[in-house]
Design a protein around this ligand. Structure first.
Ligand SMILES: *Cc1c(COP(=O)(O)O)cnc(C)c1O
Length: 453
């Protein structure tokens, strides 16, 4: 380890509490310090070059060399580094970003409320939904249905909306969130075929509405494809059934597109991929290509019309709602997406190449399932393909596989027993080949470790 790395790590271990990290272990062992990035590669302080198969944390969809974004932020900071959007003031980047988002999102969206993150945007969803039902004279509709293994952020509301037990155990969550099962066929499908399973889990929404009472349920929130939960691709039958239930039962549909949005599924938004029409849509992450913090809620006309025609303030906002520099980053990001054919190419060429190459690993002795869509995918590790028995308790095999990938210069993530990846949309065919080759080699090493195959 070089001297610089050593002193940086010492400072880090001594003073820096990291998110979603075993704090004690980290203070002893430290971590990898990422020093620079270029195109689809990150470099650590030791000079290791790593192909970033996760686009940062699902946010750098256009990779790390988008100078126009950096320049737009710098120019904005020189012109107007900050002003708030409270008290009847606005600024040009935020109003232009609002219009630019309306132009690229589905037709029902003509308004946006800005936040700094996906978590805050989901908090905002609750504020919007509660206000909406108060204004339409249904003040008992305050409850929200979410799903087990969902990820909606880590503020109190975000973590409450999330369906992760390991998060719920560590704080007191909101008491008006209810959870139905996720459409995770590989884990829970058993003998059912995918489409029958999709209908079955979708209808849990109806059952939960009946259980709590339609007069109390305000909204259903879901990621079109669960990201952090393990790139769970729902069966084809799932979303149409959810849409039917929301329509019939006077329930607002909130699509959390924080990961799915801005091209990840091969369309601008996954709501388009699945043909659903959400009333509210959460955005963050790739909206600025990860260059600046920005989140928001796209507010559909059904909700916006009520908010706009009511008297009285909407008593919600954040100091940095619509921050000019973040919005400048967002505008530059949307300009790249609008002026290039990156999303089209991801859909027509790069995504199918990634999925085809990964699908070919289905025959690998420790692969139980390969699933994916557009530019993200998951590979389930098993000991026995037929019974789906796992290689080792506590998802240890996935950690071995992940560490093996990183050692070979590929960043992927282990989620439970699934290996997940979401590479930048700007990868070339050759770069996808490098990614899959490195991943396949790590699978071999993992199989060797467990003496399988
Ligand atoms: C990351 C994520 C969030 C939270 O966003 P933050 O910016 O980390 O607060 C919310 N929803 C989904 C689907 C996410 O992946």
């Amino acid at each position: 380890m070089n001297a610089d790395t050593k002193s940086l790590r010492q400072m880090d271990q001594s003073h820096h509490l990291h998110p979603f990290t075993d704090l004690g272990a980290y203070s002893q062992k430290g971590g990898r310090i990422i020093s620079k990035a270029e195109h689809i590669y990150i470099y650590d302080s030791e000079g290791n070059k790593i192909l970033d198969g996760m686009s940062g944390l699902w946010c750098c969809n256009l990779g790390y060399s988008q100078n126009s974004i950096a320049e737009a932020v710098y120019a904005q900071l020189q012109e107007l580094p900050y002003y708030n959007n409270f008290f009847n003031c606005s600024n040009q980047p935020s109003l232009e970003m609002a219009k630019a988002l309306v132009d690229v999102t589905p037709e029902q969206f003509n308004h946006v409320f800005f936040t700094n993150s996906g978590s805050e945007a989901n908090d905002t969803n609750i504020r919007l939904v509660h206000r909406y039902y108060d204004l339409v004279g249904k003040p008992d509709k305050k409850h929200i249905i979410s799903r087990k293994n969902a990820y909606h952020g880590s503020t109190i509301a975000g973590a409450s909306l999330s369906g992760m037990d390991y998060m719920h155990k560590q704080f007191v969550g909101l008491n008006y969130i209810h959870y139905i099962n996720e459409p995770n066929w590989f884990a829970d499908g058993g003998e059912l075929d995918k489409n029958a399973f999709g209908l079955k889990v979708a209808r849990e929404l109806e059952a939960m509405i009946d259980e709590v009472g339609e007069d109390k349920i305000a909204a259903f929130i879901a990621e079109p494809v669960q990201g952090a939960g393990g790139v769970i691709i729902p069966p084809d039958t799932y979303w149409p059934e959810i849409q039917r239930i929301c329509d019939e039962r006077d329930i607002l549909l909130i699509a959390d597109e924080v990961i799915c949005g801005f091209g990840r599924t091969g369309e601008w938004f996954a709501s388009e991929s699945f043909g659903i029409k959400p009333d509210l849509m959460t955005i963050a992450k790739a909206v600025t290509n990860g260059y600046m913090p920005l989140g928001g809620v796209m507010v559909g006309d059904k909700v916006a019309d009520v908010l706009l025609s009511s008297g009285g303030d909407f008593n919600h906002g954040l100091t940095y709602s619509g921050h000019p520099a973040s919005c400048a980053a967002g505008l530059a990001t949307l300009k790249i997406l609008n002026d290039s054919n990156i999303i089209e190419t991801a859909k027509s060429t790069i995504g199918p190449h990634l999925q085809t190459r990964l699908a070919a690993l289905s025959d690998h002795p420790i692969v139980g399932e390969v699933r994916g869509m557009g530019m993200f995918a998951a590979v389930e590790l098993v000991k026995d393909k037929a019974t789906r028995e796992r290689l080792a308790p506590e998802s240890a095999a996935a950690v071995i596989c992940r560490d093996s990938c990183v050692a070979s210069g590929l960043m992927v993530r282990a989620t439970g027993d699934a290996m997940i990846m979401a590479p930048p949309l700007v990868c070339s065919v050759e770069e996808i080949d490098i990614l899959v080759d490195k991943f396949a080699a790590a699978l071999d090493k993992t199989a060797d470790h467990y003496k399988v195959g």
